[in-house]
Design a protein around this ligand. Structure first.
Ligand code: 7RM
Length: 637
């Protein structure tokens, strides 16, 4: 990446201004300078946001995998592209070079073609975090097929609904997956899913755990023997910039999951540019993002962004608590990780544990710390800064969404001064705007509004698969002519943005609009508290009252629960005001979360209301068992 290097605030503002004044020049400079195209675009951008129609690099021809792998082979053939760290620390690490990755992707591409997969076909990928997962993504992209990864923790019903929404012909899965000291029989989940009528013709199975599985004659094939026979050369398909690259379903919210469609050219330029700007890769760096590839963060910042930049990207199969709570720190130490990108939920979980887990590891190689997925509360920010970054590494609190393709608002490390709980400034090319209920732009500081983006950026999703109408209604109707994020935000006096949470996370208590996020922040500052989630429930007098679900620190002494409840409420009263005190406080052993670390407040709201009839789609939950516990111990009255 050679264009628009940003090494100080002045350069940032210069690039930013340019990107607003001449977005087409700004993005075409980046696109031209840093990538290999078979044919240049005729026009940079065409758009109509009221119809949600956006096209970038029109008639440009390319293959993204040529850009991720082939063009690095000359200079970086022997460099590690993917550093695979298995679940079990006793199992050897794998260093897959760019050369080896090229061969593996070409072989997989040939296998897929052999199985009848053609340009434009959808391929469903249901795999754990093993090398075959990124290889499968890249193989699809190489032949022009559209990949759709379903996170390997999802249930059979989530899997089949996605497969059928897309009419996938081929499914790539494994016998099983390892997670800590457990293993999961993935193939049996696939079998269960495929008992329902589906479009699937072939299931390709990776041998990972050696678990005994059923292979259905004529449908299921072991992948390895096919790979062994496949030629190791493959001519990449010539694709149009606006051909779809992948479809990924958004998790968490109510209703049927939305298959977000990302297209090749814009997504490539955007993920590569944002990776370079935020993570500032150097030649010998080892970059680690702890997300799962089943989530957009994994697509953009484990696979595409790093590989487009010729970086070494860690692929971690395990979990933070196995074999003990020091695993993250152990991996950083062992591989001399230089950029570490994780989620607030992981930070809070690790901050619950004894500091000795972290203190006996050398984390001095770290240069940049990233956070993503939800607002990072002040408490977690300081813990991350003090104990992981040792106050030496800037924290980049990156705000963005599946729909955005890549990072939108974030401090640029070593350039933008950080401020806890603020995602700070938009990246060049991103034009945020805060809107009030009357659809007027908010100019004032410290006023919460609906966060919109008023100009297209290359990485934005183009549609919802099979339902453009829903795409328009969900994102482009509330504020005509703008993309509405669904998040609330405010701006401070220097223009920093603070994301306050989903706009639906607001409860009106006795006529006061209370955002639940600041209350959670206040509670989390209490030394005994690890994590909290606040929801509203109907109340005869106040209209709504607040119900808090709270997990406690593992290291804390055992405390009288009622005393603790009083203390927490005093804490809220002094930090926010008595109006925000909780009517009910339930101590729980965990909160229901999606794999991407988002608390499913919808379920907590239902439980608080005492309505156990229908929790909606819970297939995206990481820990469904917690729902029963919370339900059983609900505070009545
Ligand atoms: C990347 C990702 C998107 C939603 C988004 C926000 C929340 C994500 C932050 C954040 C505050 C952040 N994609 N969110 N990052 N809120 N600060 N740094 O998470 O599609 O799965 O979720 O996540 O509410 O709308 S996502």
């Amino acid at each position: 990446m050679s264009y628009y290097k940003i090494e100080n605030l002045e350069q940032y503002f210069k690039a930013y201004k340019k990107s607003v004044k001449s977005p087409e020049v700004f993005w075409s400079d980046i696109a031209e300078e840093n990538f290999t195209w078979y044919k240049k675009w005729d026009k940079v951008l065409e758009y109509d946001l009221t119809k949600a129609e956006v096209k970038w690099f029109i008639n440009g021809k390319l293959n993204i995998v040529k850009n991720c792998i082939d063009r690095h082979l000359n200079k970086k053939g022997d460099k590690t592209a993917i550093l695979f760290e298995p679940n079990n620390p006793e199992e050897p690490t794998q260093h897959i070079t760019y050369m080896e990755l090229h061969e593996r992707v070409c072989k997989m591409a040939n296998v897929l073609k052999d199985q009848g997969v053609k340009k434009g076909d959808r391929v469903c990928i249901y795999l754990p975090m093993i090398p075959e997962l990124p290889v499968a993504l890249l193989a699809c992209a190489r032949i022009g097929a559209i990949h759709s990864v379903v996170f390997a923790g999802f249930s059979s019903s989530a899997l089949i609904s996605r497969i059928n929404d897309l009419d996938c012909k081929v499914l790539i899965t494994s016998d099983g997956s390892f997670r800590g000291n457990k293993s999961l029989n993935l193939k049996s989940i696939v079998d269960e899913a495929l008992e329902k009528p589906s479009s699937i013709e072939k299931v390709l199975v990776v041998n990972r755990t050696g678990t005994e599985i059923q292979m259905k004659e004529g449908r299921d094939l072991w992948l390895q023997p096919l790979l062994d026979k496949a030629p190791k050369d493959h001519v990449a398909e010539v694709m149009d910039a606006e051909d779809p690259l992948f479809i990924l379903y958004t998790s968490g919210s109510t209703g049927k999951p939305k298959g977000m469609v990302h297209t090749i050219g814009g997504y490539m330029v955007y993920t590569a540019y944002t990776f370079q700007t935020i993570f500032q890769p150097k030649e010998n760096d080892v970059y680690w993002c702890t997300a799962d590839i089943g989530w957009i963060t994994g697509h953009s910042y484990i696979v595409y962004g790093p590989l487009l930049n010729g970086a070494t990207t860690v692929l971690f199969e395990g979990i933070p608590s196995y074999p003990d709570h020091g695993r993250f720190w152990d991996v950083i130490d062992k591989h001399k990780v230089t950029q570490f990108y994780t989620a607030p939920t992981a930070i809070r979980a690790l901050a619950r544990e004894n500091l000795s887990y972290i203190e006996n590891h050398d984390l001095s190689t770290i240069r940049i710390l990233g956070s993503v997925g939800e607002p990072i509360n002040e408490e977690a920010w300081h813990w991350y800064n003090n104990h992981v970054g040792k106050k030496q590494s800037p924290i980049t609190d990156t705000w963005w969404q599946t729909e955005n393709g890549g990072i939108m608002i974030a401090p640029i490390p070593y350039v933008t001064p950080t401020k806890p709980t603020y995602a700070s400034l938009p990246l060049p090319g991103v034009q945020p705007e805060l809107m009030d209920e009357r659809r007027n732009e908010i100019e004032d500081n410290q006023v919460v509004g609906s966060l919109c983006i008023k100009f297209p950026w290359p990485g934005m999703a183009r549609t919802i698969w099979g339902d453009h109408k829903r795409f328009v209604e969900t994102y482009f109707t509330a504020f005509p002519g703008k993309y509405f994020t669904g998040d609330g935000a405010l701006r401070d006096e220097v223009g920093y943005y603070r994301i306050t949470g989903r706009v639906d996370d607001v409860v009106i208590v006795s006529g006061h609009n209370l955002g639940t996020a600041p209350i959670e922040d206040a509670i989390n500052e209490h030394p005994a508290v690890a994590e909290s989630a606040i929801v509203g429930y109907p109340h005869d007098i106040k209209g709504n009252a607040l119900y808090g679900y709270i997990t406690l620190m593992e290291t804390g002494e055992v405390r009288d629960r009622d005393n603790l409840r009083r203390e927490i409420n005093q804490h809220i009263a002094s930090h926010i005001g008595p109006i925000a005190k909780l009517d009910k406080i339930q101590f729980v052993s965990g909160l229901p979360k999606t794999r991407s670390g988002k608390i499913m407040r919808r379920i907590l709201r239902k439980i608080a209301e005492g309505d156990f009839s229908n929790f909606g789609d819970t297939s995206t939950l990481l820990n469904p068992e917690i729902v029963e516990e919370i339900k059983d111990e609900r505070i009545e009255g």
